[in-house]
Design a binder for this molecule. Structure first.
Ligand SMILES: Nc1ncnc2c1ncn2[C@@H]1O[C@H](COP(=O)(O)OP(=O)(O)OP(=O)(O)O)[C@@H](O)[C@H]1O
Ligand SMILES: [Mg+2]
Length: 383
């Protein structure tokens, strides 16, 4: 069986050019919800045709907002519901793979021509991947070298030493079994998958501007928070924290002795902003409960900023918040007060043409769609 994995070197092609006039979908199956975006290329712009989100919790008998592990059958049931409810007409596009299901490493290779690399990388990759070659799908690309020849990607603790005769290869591996599961989901949902892409590359494409300064992208999901530093279009460091929006809801529910469902609803409605619908005491408790998780996530963000800054003697001064958690009311103000960097909430739909009356709502819900918009954008870009 062969799979077409994302060719990771395509992160950052610029202009949108239509391969065809066909509409394209991007589907992101997250831990707590699935999102879809349908785009069409028109005169060099990506036009938003439709979008939608569906909570996966109810398909596994748990509350909305909770992370859930579903069978392929249940996921496709949810996707079919989602596409019907969102009036999705296209069945062709890209599907994201969770970062946690991938293995990303950097290979130090001699500088050789492309054809030799093609032969050498899979052999070299065996040293990094603890699985038989027949069980994994590989994708890789040569990282453009940095100004000082420093390591361009750093998941391992020690910075790699590179010298003039060597080059770094960003290698991505995914277990075929995981791809097979996704293929099953795609087949039973009648989706024609043009490529699979690891979510961090999709989110980067839709959320980042074209600046060259390093940016810390933070994806606030349900069960986890993913952080990655992107510089000149290349992911240089990744960090996974097993804490997310679900923990905020859990703490809130416990603190006010509410059901999870109610806590989830209140979190989304008022977040960190006091509301006249609640007493002063309740407002206080809500804020304290939400901040008890958020402050821990934010101190981890600061820790990542600091350690990257120290290691490379560089200041990462920009933080971009994505993921559903970035829609928490009041998060922007809190982040600006707390974090030692500029903070921006991602607005992935700003890369698309949308009806004026939808602009505000898309800005509000946008962070959660970073991955799905990024997938659809990739498929629209000219090869
Ligand atoms: N308006 C909102 N305010 C606060 N939190 C929100 C809001 N909308 C969604 N969330 C929270 O965001 C989280 C889900 O985010 P998202 O949809 O990005 O995660 P996911 O993609 O399902 O998970 P992952 O990326 O970890 O696989 C949930 O905890 C949910 O409660
Ligand atoms: Mg997600």
């Amino acid at each position: 069986m062969s799979f077409s994995l994302a060719n990771i070197s395509k992160f950052f092609s610029s202009a949108v050019g239509s391969k065809s006039e066909a509409s394209i979908i991007g589907i992101d199956i997250g831990a707590s919800s699935a999102k879809v975006v349908q785009l069409r290329a028109s005169r060099g712009r990506a036009v938003l045709e439709t979008y939608g989100e569906i909570s996966l919790g109810p398909y596994g008998g748990v509350a909305i907002g909770k992370a859930v592990k579903l069978t392929a059958e249940k996921i496709s049931e949810a996707l079919l519901d989602l596409m019907r409810e969102a009036n999705v007409t296209s069945r062709s596009g890209g599907l994201s793979i969770p970062f946690s299901a991938s293995l990303v490493s950097v290979l130090e290779m001699p500088k050789v021509d492309k054809d030799s690399l093609k032969r050498m990388v899979p052999i070299e990759a065996r040293k990094y991947i603890p699985l038989p070659a027949s069980e994994v799908t590989l994708d890789w690309f040569a990282i453009p070298s940095g100004e000082h020849g420093e390591s361009a990607f750093d998941q391992v603790e020690e910075p790699k030493v590179s010298h003039a005769k060597m080059q770094e290869i960003l290698l991505v591996a995914i277990h075929n079994e995981i791809l097979r599961d996704y293929q099953k989901v795609a087949e039973s949902s009648a989706i024609e998958v043009n490529f699979y892409e690891i979510e961090i590359f999709s989110a980067t494409r839709s959320s980042m501007g074209h600046g060259t300064a390093p940016v810390l992208v933070v994806d606030l999901g349900a069960a986890t928070t993913k952080m990655y530093i992107v510089e000149r279009g290349v992911v240089r460091l990744t960090h996974l924290l097993t804490m997310g929006g679900q923990h905020m809801t859990d703490t809130l529910a416990r603190s006010l002795t509410w059901e999870f469902e109610k806590a989830e609803r209140v979190k989304r409605e008022i977040g960190l902003i006091a509301s006249s619908a609640y007493s002063i005491d309740e407002n206080d408790k809500i804020k304290t409960a939400l901040l008890s998780t958020l402050s821990r996530v934010f101190s981890e963000i600061d820790r990542v900023l600091l350690s990257y800054g120290q290691r490379y003697n560089k200041n990462v001064s920009h933080v971009l918040l994505t993921g559903g958690g970035a829609s928490l009311p009041g998060i922007s103000e809190y982040a600006k007060q707390t974090l030692h960097a500029d903070v921006e909430i991602a607005n992935p739909f700003s890369h698309t043409e949308v009806p004026a009356f939808l602009k505000d709502v898309l800005k509000q819900i946008g962070p959660g769609f970073a991955v799905s918009v990024g997938l659809a954008l990739r498929d629209l870009k000219q090869e």
